[in-house]
Design a protein around this ligand. Structure first.
Ligand code: NAP
Length: 487
């Protein structure tokens, strides 16, 4: 990849606010950095509260016409956008790698994953169903219909800048909702490129609007409190999610919350260790460990712990680290210096409390925000990383003796997004899956994300589900119309 290719990819992305089908400048701009160099890639619009309110005006104005648009038309727009995203994978992946840091092959994988939400919801748009029944006493007919919830506010994080956008925009479009999307200030470019593609696919003006800002609280609070906004769909950290739920309560707004995780990864004594190490690599290293689904705590049966740890340390220690645009790189940079400092502090804390570093554990002082792939064994129960999302390439391994102990350790957290378990015993796999407090469980697999499956968490990991057959429900209201039976 040449610097010319990089500059051309960045220059291809619009940098304004997208409101009512038009690109507009804001009075101010904000920089977007490349985390692999710390240098500024470009400037994008930095919306003020007033500029952002224009996006809600546009979404509210477009709502009635969009709700009345035939489902087949909504579906076809999504299908065209799917094809365009796939066609432009190389450009979009490069933009993503530059603004977020993940290696190019992973960025290409995310474009494919993101595009699948467009395809899935293109298929769902024409299958919104209802019901008709006679009341139990025979005196009324119940007509049950589904209607779009209305103008929706979509807030996405920086770690999957394209897929978290399509996972919200696609069901909103399919259901007949207009929206305002606000990407994270650190990674606005993927969302800006996405809405340009949606417009090219024929999406009418005002149906999706984009607000980029460095002042998310000041700018988004008035939009959330405005009674015209009827839905808030948020993906991000649990503390911000709790704050937004408080705001949403003021207008009793519908919410979907995809929040933080603290995933346990259990390896039982009867596990296929080759598969377990492979799964651990995927569950830990996807997105350089910066995924809500990342395995945060490895609990391994004492009889296989040394073998598993040795193999995982060998694999992780051999991963090339560098800029995500460079050939062969697997460990890209973390998103910013704060993330590097946080991971370092968690590792130091675990070591101080008795953990052993099997590989990694030290930054090497190069430019950019790098932390090496790290494996720790003997991580004690009181280490801070047991209760904190590491959000970096660090595998923390602790041994256990019994199944009951493993399940108790796994569930000892306020989070409940995803859990992983490796065992060759189907009965144990199902028993453990039943007992794990998580919205998603991977049995003998280290990746659960799939647009056709219901993604989401329980406990403090969130409310609602994205994707799957239920994903569109998050953007639909159920209406019941009663009609008397006359004889
Ligand atoms: P974050 O700090 O909570 O930010 C998420 C989004 O919320 C960003 O767009 C951010 O904008 C915005 N935001 C922050 N404060 C806000 C406020 N007061 N009002 C309105 N918007 C506000 O999370 P992050 O660091 O970007 O993402 C990492 C977190 O997301 C992790 O906890 C991870 O587990 C979670 N996550 C969950 C899922 C899931 O599906 N469950 C998926 C991916 C990530 P600015 O950054 O521009 O301020």
């Amino acid at each position: 990849m040449t610097t010319h290719d990089e500059a051309a990819a960045i220059a291809s992305v619009p940098t304004g606010l997208f409101i009512g089908g038009k690109w507009r400048d804001a009075a101010r701009t904000m920089p977007v950095d490349d985390p692999s160099t710390g240098k500024v890639l470009c400037e994008v619009a930095d919306a003020s509260p007033e500029e952002a309110m224009a996006a809600l005006d546009a979404a509210a104005d477009a709502q009635a016409a969009w709700a009345a648009t035939p489902p087949r038309e909504r579906s076809e727009i999504l299908s065209r956008a799917y094809a365009l995203l796939i066609e432009q994978t190389d450009r979009l992946a490069l933009v993503m790698t530059l603004e977020m840091g993940k290696p190019l092959p992973e960025a290409r994988g995310e474009i494919a994953y993101a595009a699948e939400f467009l395809r899935w919801f293109a298929e769902e748009a024409v299958r919104i169903d209802g019901g008709y029944m006679t009341s139990p006493n025979g005196q009324a007919r119940f007509l049950v219909s589904r209607q779009p919830v209305g103008p929706s506010i979509l807030i996405t994080p920086w770690n999957f800048p394209m897929a978290m956008g399509t996972r919200k925009i696609a069901p909103a479009i399919a259901a007949g909702c207009t929206s305002i999307i606000k990407p994270a200030a650190q990674t606005p470019l993927s969302t800006l490129a996405l809405v340009e593609i949606l417009a090219e696919a024929g999406l009418p003006a005002g149906v999706v609007n984009v607000v980029t800002t460095s002042a998310s609280d000041d700018v988004m609070t008035p939009l959330i409190l405005d009674p015209r906004s009827r839905k808030l769909s948020f993906t991000g950290s649990t503390p911000v999610g709790k704050h937004l739920l408080g705001l949403a309560a003021q207008t009793v707004m519908r919410t979907s919350m995809e929040l933080g995780g603290n995933a346990p990864f259990l390896v039982f004594e009867d596990a296929d260790l080759d598969a377990a190490v492979e799964g651990a690599m995927a569950a830990k290293m996807r997105n350089i460990g910066q995924a809500c689904t990342a395995a945060n705590r490895f609990y391994v049966h004492r009889s296989v712990a040394e073998e598993f740890s040795r193999r995982l340390a060998e694999r992780m220690g051999a991963l090339p680290m560098g800029r995500g645009v460079d050939e062969g790189v697997v460990v890209g940079p973390l998103v910013d210096q704060r993330a590097v400092d946080k991971v370092g502090t968690l590792v130091d804390d675990a070591v101080r409390r008795g953990a052993t570093v099997r590989t990694g554990g030290e930054v090497d002082g190069r430019d950019g925000y790098f932390y090496p792939a790290t494996v720790l064994t003997g991580v004690p129960a009181d280490a801070e990383m047991g209760s904190t999302e590491i959000f970096g390439p660090v595998a923390a391994i602790t041994e256990f003796d019994t199944e009951a102990e493993a399940v108790a350790l796994a569930n000892d957290t306020p989070f409940g997004l995803v859990s992983y378990a490796y065992t060759r015993d189907l009965d144990r796999g199902l028993r453990v899956s039943d007992a794990l407090e998580a919205g998603m469980v991977g049995i003998n697999q280290g990746v659960v994300s799939n647009p056709a499956a219901p993604f989401g968490g329980i406990k403090e990991s969130g409310l609602g589900r994205e994707g799957g057959l239920v994903g569109i429900d998050e953007f639909l209201e159920t209406k019941y119309t009663g009609i008397p039976v006359t004889r």
